[in-house]
Design a protein around this ligand. Structure first.
Ligand SMILES: NC(=O)c1ccc[n+]([C@@H]2O[C@H](COP(=O)([O-])OP(=O)(O)OC[C@H]3O[C@@H](n4cnc5c(N)ncnc54)[C@H](O)[C@@H]3O)[C@@H](O)[C@H]2O)c1
Length: 389
């Protein structure tokens, strides 16, 4: 039985508690921890998490029940992911940390070093890989059926009202670590890297077009350059009504996307597209996708099932700290490119000023000053598209 603790019992932690409670034979929630411990009481009561102990700091929790926790879900704001993760690993716990892994590469590297030294496992949340349309698209790309990828269009389109950034930790470089590129597009950037690998160069523009209560960006557009000439364009935004999120890959032989759509052009004798398509390839791709069995569990439940399995079997989780770091590295490159109005080459070195949190804080523009800070918001949240249509 895997003994689980949750640190940070806010919005997203609900998806963690729900996921763990879906596997009662495999794990048990033994501790809930939040600087606002009344949130733990409320969660314990509403979900009937019998026997869970409540703490108002993760250090008090580790002191009190060290050796009695196997896995910690870190669901706090980004600025404290690294410190809490490292303390938990050092105390002998495995950790699954919410996205973004951290706000800086220096912190990611410290987390990876703590994982190595402790011999424990560090997993990072990127739950969209556990969605049927995304898992299917990955299989299509890996199958080679569309040929080499020439271009990717990643529309990380979200919409958040002005007051979104009034929450105390949001809208500040110091506590949120970034704006929509780090905290929203992180999902799509993870998916893009999963399918296409890391680019060689990044050129980006970042802006804040509509959220006059946030230091951070609310829109960015990045062009990524890959070996052999392939390009990707990534738009990260919280200003897009309708949140029409999609990933489109143009391969040598066909175009595929999530939400799923396939198109395979054929060239006429003058190389212009013929009215008829390569229907055989389109059918082959459609049949391939239809034959993929659905995942046993979706999103957070799917990923946490995978983390539990990794701990049970002694295997690696599907999404580990190296994946989390890659995503942070690409986002850091977007920030550096936007802030310095230049093209940035990857990988970023440890001497790069944007490698550290102080370097990022010094280098990033403050679009607006945050003037309002509210302690908590009530109401349901959403976590992005389902890529179904
Ligand atoms: N995977 C996703 O789709 C998704 C969606 C939303 C948020 N998130 C991520 O989850 C994390 C939390 O976001 P949220 O929306 O749940 O925020 P939230 O403000 O609703 O919850 C965060 C909780 O952490 C607590 N907290 C803050 N500092 C703490 C500390 N040092 N120790 C213990 N508890 C502490 C706060 O009191 C709060 O209850 C962020 O990293 C965010 O980016 C992920």
């Amino acid at each position: 039985m895997i003994r689980v603790a949750i640190v940070g019992v806010g919005n997203i932690s609900k998806l963690h508690t729900d996921a763990y409670l879906a596997f009662p034979e495999r794990c048990q929630i033994v501790a809930l921890c939040d600087i606002a411990p009344e949130k733990c009481e409320e969660r314990k009561e509403s979900l009937h998490i019998e026997g869970a102990r409540i703490f108002s700091s993760h250090t008090a929790m580790l002191d009190a029940i060290k050796g009695q926790i196997d896995l910690v879900s870190v669901c706090t704001p980004p600025y404290c992911h690294a410190g809490i993760t490292i303390d938990c690993l050092k105390a002998g716990c495995n950790v699954v940390v919410e996205k973004p892994m951290s706000a800086s590469l220096e912190e990611c590297d410290a987390m990876l070093a703590a994982e190595k030294e402790s011999g424990k496992v560090l997993a990072c949340i990127a739950q969209n890989r556990f969605r049927d349309p995304i898992a299917a698209l990955k299989k299509v790309v890996d199958s080679g059926m569309i040929g080499r990828i020439l271009h990717a269009q990643v529309d990380s389109f979200w919409w958040r009202g002005l007051h979104y950034y009034d929450l105390w930790w949001r809208g500040k470089w110091e506590t949120e670590g970034g704006g929509c590129t780090l905290n929203h597009a992180v999902h799509h950037i993870d998916m893009l890297i999963w399918m296409m690998g890391m680019p060689e160069k990044v050129t980006a523009v970042i802006s804040n077009a509509a959220h006059s209560n946030a230091e951070v960006e609310d829109v960015s557009v990045a062009i990524l350059q890959y070996p052999k000439g392939a390009l990707a364009q990534v738009t990260s935004s919280v200003i897009h009504h309708g949140e029409e999120q999609q990933l489109i890959f143009q391969g040598e032989k066909a175009r595929v996307s999530a939400p799923w759509r396939v198109c395979a052009n054929l060239a006429g004798s003058n190389a212009f597209p013929l009215p008829e398509h390569d229907e055989a390839l389109e059918k082959k791709l459609n049949d391939f996708v239809e034959a993929i069995p659905p995942l046993p569990h979706q999103v957070h439940t799917g990923e946490l099932d995978n983390v539990l399995t990794a701990l049970e079997k002694g295997s690696r989780p599907a999404i580990d700290g190296h994946d989390g770091r890659n995503t942070v590295e690409l986002i850091t490159a977007i920030y550096k490119s936007g802030a310095t109005e230049s093209t940035v080459k990857l990988p970023l070195s440890k001497n790069d000023p944007f490698y550290t949190v102080p370097g990022l804080l010094a280098g990033m523009p403050h679009f607006f000053e945050k003037t309002t800070s509210v302690k908590d918001f009530q109401g349901p949240i959403t976590t992005g598209g389902d890529y179904v249509k």
